[in-house]
Design a binder for this molecule. Structure first.
Ligand SMILES: [Zn+2]
Length: 476
């Protein structure tokens, strides 16, 4: 199969981005569809990316004092009625177990859409005194939200995520936690996923049901749509009151705690695909790539080639690099194309002539450049190159994102901006009606309130004095 045939297996990224996405996730074996509509099977290549995300995030959580635990999948339905806004937000999406053990259950059980209510109930039992605070617990788990339209990684009925739930004695500490975790997500997205993000507070309309404030991080995808890639919520005492999370303070008074929650999900894999991909398929940042370096032997039947390829792999493995030798009985050209589609950051070609010259040919996936490198110090050269690729991917992505931030001072301007596949920054009065108008007129939503600039004029939609600058975009 030649290069052209290989590439035509996936739809044109410029003309049909949605089909390109579907082709890429299936053909690179990240996922397959599950038998139940809206579910996905995460295959080894996709799951390995998730494991790398988990390992890196988990280390960052632990560095700021987060502890992991596990809570049950099933939650009594009555728990959901304790917090009215919360129940409203989730009711249509909750899957319910009504039968078990061959009989109808006395109380139906929800399959967790999030564990907020269950964890809140446990916290009310565990927290008695100010000495028990703060509680900062995270769980890695699956959740289920019955969705009408689904797409692998972006929106599926069941997905994997982490949910952190905290309780603090004071408003200040809880708010500090909310922002701190948002920043953990931001640095993770930028340093590990090579994706620049806009972070900030969500509008009332877009915030999480029951939260006092929601902060989000938004990433620009190659098709000009924004992807909400993580959220951090501040609940004030809303949840503590609903779930009776009280502690005896130093002054002898019984007080409600202040709670927060924060989460990211397998959606991040969708972000990686859509922020970095190209017409050949995936382009994976080295830090999360399941295979960082693939070594392809050229004229593998010739004496010493396979041995040399394995030796190079050994050198890389010893440096902590995830490397493989592709020894399959297929042409080198076929292998190049397949590994390119799978987004492996660095390819090494080694053949008899290279061995003679004490060199190997190295190809970068991010910019498709090829160059020979000397085999002396090969391991260090490749380690440095992976770092270069990681940084170059971030810079490229940031340049693209920065070029897609435009300002507008009218509803027409907002429409023009989002049609042009941009984040549109506009002055906004803070009222819901104006957001609704943008939604109706431009099919765009307020992504986050800009935390780096202040309103300087009148609302772009209604002309009343503006309170904030907001980023509008079409979104996933
Ligand atoms: Zn307005």
């Amino acid at each position: 199969m030649d290069n052209k045939q290989f590439v035509t297996q996936i739809a044109d990224i410029k003309n049909n981005f949605a089909q390109w996405y579907t082709d890429v996730v299936l053909k690179t074996e990240l996922v397959d569809y599950g038998p139940v509509k809206g579910t996905m099977v995460i295959r080894p290549y996709g799951y390995s990316i998730w494991e790398n995300i988990q390992a890196e995030l988990d280390a960052r959580f632990k560095a700021v004092g987060v502890k992991n635990a596990y809570f049950p999948l099933l939650i009594p339905m009555s728990y959901f009625s304790k917090e009215a806004e919360h129940v409203e937000g989730f009711a249509p999406e909750v899957a319910v177990v009504t039968h078990a053990g061959g009989a109808k259950l006395e109380e139906p059980l929800a399959i967790r859409p999030t564990s907020e209510t269950l964890i809140g109930t446990m916290y009310s039992k565990w927290i008695q005194s100010y000495r028990d605070l703060p509680v900062v617990i995270n769980q890695w788990c699956n959740v289920m939200r019955w969705e009408k339209t689904t797409r692998p990684f972006l929106r599926t009925s069941e997905f994997l995520w982490q949910e952190g739930h905290t309780v603090y004695a004071s408003e200040e500490e809880a708010m500090e936690d909310t922002i701190k975790m948002l920043n953990v997500y931001r640095s993770f997205a930028e340093e590990i996923l090579a994706i620049p993000v806009l972070t900030g507070k969500k509008t009332e309309k877009e915030k999480f049901a029951g939260a006092k404030a929601t902060f989000g991080m938004e990433a620009m995808m190659l098709d000009g749509k924004s992807l909400q890639a993580g959220t951090s919520h501040y609940f004030g005492q809303n949840f503590a009151e609903a779930f009776n999370i009280k502690y005896l303070d130093k002054d002898g008074a019984l007080k409600y705690g202040y709670t927060t929650s924060w989460g990211v999900s397998t959606r991040l894999i969708g972000a990686i695909i859509m922020a970095h991909g190209d017409e050949r398929g995936l382009v994976l940042p080295p830090k999360v790539a399941p295979v960082q370096v693939v070594i392809v032997p050229i004229a593998a039947h010739k004496g010493g080639v396979i041995e040399k390829a394995r030796e190079l792999k050994e050198m890389l493995t010893n440096k902590g690099v995830r490397a493989v030798v592709d020894e399959r009985d297929m042409s080198p050209g076929w292998k190049f194309n397949e590994w390119e589609m799978k987004g492996v950051p660095v390819r090494v070609e080694i053949g008899p002539r290279d061995i003679e010259n004490n060199q190997a040919l190295i190809a970068r996936r991010d910019n498709l450049e090829k160059a020979p490198v000397c085999l002396d110090g090969f391991g260090d050269t490749v380690v440095a190159l992976l770092d270069t690729v990681q940084k170059a991917m971030y810079e490229k992505s940031k340049k693209n994102r920065d070029a897609r931030i435009v300002d507008a001072d009218s509803l027409e301007g907002i429409l023009k901006g989002v049609d042009g596949k941009n984040f549109v920054r506009a002055n906004w009065c803070g009222c819901r009606e104006c957001e609704d108008k943008v939604k109706e007129y431009a099919q765009a939503t307020a992504r986050v309130i800009d935390e780096n600039s202040t309103a300087d004029g009148v609302c772009a939609i209604c002309g009343k004095p503006a309170k904030h600058k907001v980023f509008f975009a079409r979104a996933y």
